[in-house]
Design a protein around this ligand. Structure first.
Ligand code: SF4
Ligand code: SF4
Ligand code: SF4
Length: 228
């Protein structure tokens, strides 16, 4: 069950690309850094622990406030499952729905103006609002259906890990800061000692639609209290 509705174009006709460019770039960058040739690249990612999540949606509201996301659209949703088990022993699974910051981002590949882009220094997929002409190709191409048109500036929009707001101020993304159960972990996937890599190694994780070749960077700890 969706906690709110997003203004997106249905993902029919999504375009999937399966080159390994992103991975190759990240590996070669770290090798270069090791030899002192250039600064190491960051690859930001997020982990959502479905067992720690209580579905409070504090993350959704914090995102809206920090990033000035108007009502009616959302960069982040927490999806609630149908009831699992028999009353009164009922459980719900909560899972995060937001941009996956794909290493192979179809939204970027289809954009005719360069408005949709991936920041090679951080791995964050973002939008140059002033270049967006509102064609909607990226909305249709995203297999995760997480892009929407901002009702005020009319540009394509989505989660950018608070790149312009909290990250620019040296803080964690708003969703991570606001979570009361520490269900969200954010960090550099290229740093073997980062919190997110330690969390990924400590628990089983999965990613959505990996067979499409998009290489999503949103990891999830699967709900362990029953099949959904
Ligand atoms: S999840 Fe969608 S919007 Fe985000 S990078 Fe992947 S294709 Fe683009
Ligand atoms: S809607 Fe904007 S960002 Fe998306 S493909 Fe068209 S120009 Fe690019
Ligand atoms: S703030 Fe944390 S516990 Fe609440 S819905 Fe978001 S991820 Fe789940």
């Amino acid at each position: 069950m969706s906690c709110s509705r997003r203004n997106f174009i249905a993902g029919a006709g999504a375009v999937i690309f399966t080159t390994g460019v992103g991975t190759t770039a990240a590996i070669s960058s770290r090798n270069s850094f090791a030899s002192g040739e250039e600064e190491a690249k960051i690859k930001y990612g997020m982990l959502h622990d479905e067992n720690a999540c209580i579905g409070c949606t504090a993350c959704t509201e914090a995102c809206r406030e920090v990033n000035n996301v108007p009502e009616g659209v959302s960069r982040l949703e927490i999806e609630r499952s149908e009831p699992i088990g028999e009353f009164p022993d009922v459980e719900y699974r909560f899972t995060r729905d937001s941009c996956q910051h794909c290493e192979n981002p179809p939204c970027v590949y289809v954009c005719p103006t360069g408005a949709a882009y991936k920041d090679e220094k951080t791995g964050i997929v973002d939008v140059h609002k002033e270049k967006c002409v509102g064609c909607g190709y990226c909305l249709a191409a995203c297999p995760y259906q997480v892009r929407f048109f901002h009702p005020e500036n009319k540009s394509a929009d989505k989660c950018n890990f608070c790149r312009d707001t909290n990250l620019a101020e040296g803080k964690q993304p708003a969703c991570v800061e606001s979570c009361p159960t520490s269900a969200l972990v954010f960090g550099d996937l290229n740093d073997p000692n980062s919190n997110i890599n330690q969390a990924i190694q400590a628990k089983p994780v999965y990613r959505d639609k990996v067979t499409l070749g998009t290489k999503p960077q949103l990891y999830k700890v699967p709900f362990d209290k029953g099949e959904v």
